[in-house]
Design a protein around this ligand. Sequence first.
Ligand code: OGA
Ligand code: NI
Length: 160
Amino acid sequence: MGLFENKKFLNAGVGNDAVVNQDKLIRSDVIYWLDRKHQNQYENDFFDLIDEFVAYLNRTCYTSITGYEFHYTLYESGTFYKKHIDQFQNNGSRQYSMIMYLNADWKVADGGELRIYHVDEEQNISPNNGKSVFFKSSDLAHEVLLTHKQRMSITGWLKI
Ligand code: OGA
Ligand code: NI
């Protein structure tokens, strides 16, 4: 696809547009926002699936989701994202976080686990191909541990 080689990725920020803060001590991944306006087949197919999923959630769980945002995420070797919560301090619209991993043959030695901070225990999840993580954005503190290998995903949020 060549999006990375063609320098289409942005340094990821901390906070939203109103309080943008690209702090490399907190996170050092780069991102590319997906958008139907790109008229890219892969992005459109992905959004079709998400549209179906959102309709299903709203029908069966009364979630009242009205929008979403997704980006490709790239962590180069040596990068991380420190412990955080996905909701912005000045905006509670992000309801659910979704991460879909795109890494074949991930090994323990590659690091880069997603660490979830439950109330009384921590859970590490390796970012293997085909694995998806879904959780309530306001509740769960989490971090991306230092990765020793390029780590790719689609990350996004379902919003009200
Ligand atoms: C995030 C995030 C986790 C992961 O982008 O907010 O926490 O496993 N990502 O990539
Ligand atoms: Ni997060």
